[in-house]
Design a protein around this ligand. Structure first.
Ligand code: FAD
Length: 498
């Protein structure tokens, strides 16, 4: 940074000159959209030419995993195209985000910087430091809530504290509603500077996998970008939402919105989702009860962000301290079998293979596979969270760590530790015909529904008819659930004694 502090009168003069001629920088992070984007809206309203920038910083804590990077590539391509239509070029830079941003301010003589806030300590520290350094040098910095219905510090308990239990949190948030009474409009025209600063080429970042291209099936499943997010919301509200409250636990149907990756990258805001849903209720197109259930799930996301904001250690440390001493097993071979979907429990294997093939897994199955890893296999939840982080297109630090802690029983408002999912009865209940298993575990495609969730119980003639040879073309279950369950409960008893 070259200029002196803003409090210096000479410098104020310099700042005024700067203000009249210089551009505003809009720093995109996890808000890759041009509709209902408060930071972009304010940058445009400033009347200054706008330089939109995205910085790829690989040296941060919790840098994006592989599937996230695939999504990021396509999302940036889509954002760049939308911005180009509005008249500006998206600038791509790589490196330490503080250095890069300082460099860009110097290079362009920008007088203002705008961004939407982030909520993990590691991000907040970067943003706070930048804000104070830039302000000291006469650059104005304005920050906004772009990604939550309400800021974590706005949703308070009666005594002014933060919520640790979901139901009263949702009640309070429900009563407040979103901070914006309506979404901000889509930006159609943005003033650009006379000359755009240099930008990296997106392809030079090599965000896409090549050898092997493990994401080859992703494009049939997903359309990253703002238009894809809008279409996904409309499609969901046109039909599946009617089945949502009863059917959202059924992985064999497409009854959930699949908006999670779009939300994780900020291609659509929860505020927009909230208002579009309420408008559909008001016009009588959808019923209040199914829509309310959907909005209450959006509120789980808000709750996770609240927990992350007030518990920065959540991604790495159990919120209930007694779990720090849980006797986890270190079993690399078992972990790999779980990752590859080769445990011999069909619902687990289907879920893990859905994750690998599509970058996403149904919520009910996420709970079952997580419970299996933690409680049946006795492997630390953090190993599971890490695998999800690398393989989910919707990997989201708040949702992922809050959900893993919830299943493990060590988080705030967590499921009790002794609730241990039985993978066979869960499969029978939520995939009663076995269609979900058949889709992702083709070895079992011909198994009748009665035995598909426990093929080892099937008579030999049924196995033969279905071309299943246990131990040869499909694994035998690699542990016994009832024994494993007891082992988990014994481990829990130990930490409770301590
Ligand atoms: P819908 O049912 O249509 O819900 C709409 C939106 O509400 C979702 O897109 C999501 O943003 C939010 N939401 C729904 N359920 C939850 C929930 N339980 N917790 C928080 N937010 C929720 N979600 C992620 O976005 N990223 C993750 O990294 C992630 N990791 C998870 C790990 C585990 C072990 C578990 C059990 C759940 C995890 N979830 C995560 C939560 C949930 O599984 C996904 O948000 C959901 O499956 C996404 O599908 P959808 O968009 O169709 O959800």
């Amino acid at each position: 940074m070259n200029s002196g502090p803003a409090t210096d009168p000479e410098n104020l003069e310099f700042r005024n000159i700067r203000m009249s001629k210089t551009p505003a920088i809009l720093w995109f992070r996890n808000d890759l959209r041009i509709e209902d984007n408060p930071a972009l809206f304010a940058a445009r309203e400033s009347g200054h030419p706008v330089i939109p920038v995205f910085i790829l910083d690989d040296n941060i804590e919790h840098a994006p995993g592989g599937a996230n990077r695939w999504w990021l590539h396509h999302s940036l391509a889509s954002l760049a195209s939308d911005l180009e239509k509005a008249g500006v070029k998206l600038i791509l830079r790589r490196g330490d985000s503080k250095k890069v941003l300082h460099g860009l301010v110097d290079e362009t003589q920008a007088s203002q910087v705008f961004w939407n806030r982030r909520y993990h300590n590691s991000q907040i520290e970067i943003d706070k430091a930048l804000k104070s350094e830039l302000t000291d040098h006469g650059v104005s910095v304005e920050t906004f809530n772009g990604n939550l219905l309400r800021e974590p510090w706005e949703v308070k308990t009666g005594s002014g504290g933060s919520y640790r239990v979901y139901t009263p949190f949702w009640k309070s948030l429900r009563a407040m509603g979103p901070a914006r009474n309506e979404p901000l409009p889509r930006i159609r025209k943005i003033n650009s500077p006379d000359a755009a600063p240099k930008s990296d080429k997106l392809t030079s970042w090599r965000l896409l996998p090549s050898k092997p291209d493990w994401a080859s099936e992703f494009p049939t499943e997903w359309t990253p970008g703002e238009q894809g997010a809008r279409d996904r919301l409309n499609d969901f509200l046109n039909e599946p939402v009617a089945h949502y409250s009863d059917g959202r636990n059924r992985p064999d149907f497409d009854y959930t919105s699949k908006l999670s990756p779009h939300l994780a990258f900020g291609e659509i805001s929860p505020t927009k989702i909230w208002h579009v849903t309420q408008d559909r209720i008001a016009s009588g197109e959808i019923t209040q009860s199914s829509a309310e259930k959907f909005l209450s799930e959006i509120a789980w996301r808000e709750f996770s962000y609240n927990l992350l904001f007030y518990n920065h250690q959540m991604p790495t440390t159990p919120l209930r301290s007694e779990f720090a001493n849980y006797p986890w097993r270190n079993d690399e071979q078992a972990l790999v079998a779980w990752q590859k979907g080769q445990t011999g429990y069909p619902i687990i294997d289907a879920g893990m293979r859905q994750l690998w093939r599509t970058g996403w897994m149904h919520n009910r199955v996420r709970m079952i596979v997580a419970s299996f890893l933690i409680k049946d296999m006795l492997i630390n939840w953090q190993d599971g969270a890490e695998w999800f982080w690398d393989t989910l297109v919707d990997a989201d630090l708040a949702n992922n760590s809050a959900s893993w802690q919830w299943v493990a029983g060590c988080g705030a408002d967590a499921a009790p530790y002794f609730r241990i999912f039985n993978p066979v009865t869960q499969g029978e209940k939520f995939d009663p015909n076995g269609d979900y298993v058949r889709k992702y575990v083709p070895e079992l495609a011909k198994m009748p529904a009665k035995y598909i969730h426990a093929p080892w119980k099937a008579p030999q003639e049924i196995l033969e008819k279905a071309n299943v040879s246990l131990g040869k073309n499909y694994q035998k279950p690699f542990l016994d659930h009832s024994q494993a369950r007891q082992r988990a409960l014994d481990g829990y008893a130990k930490i409770r004694q301590n």
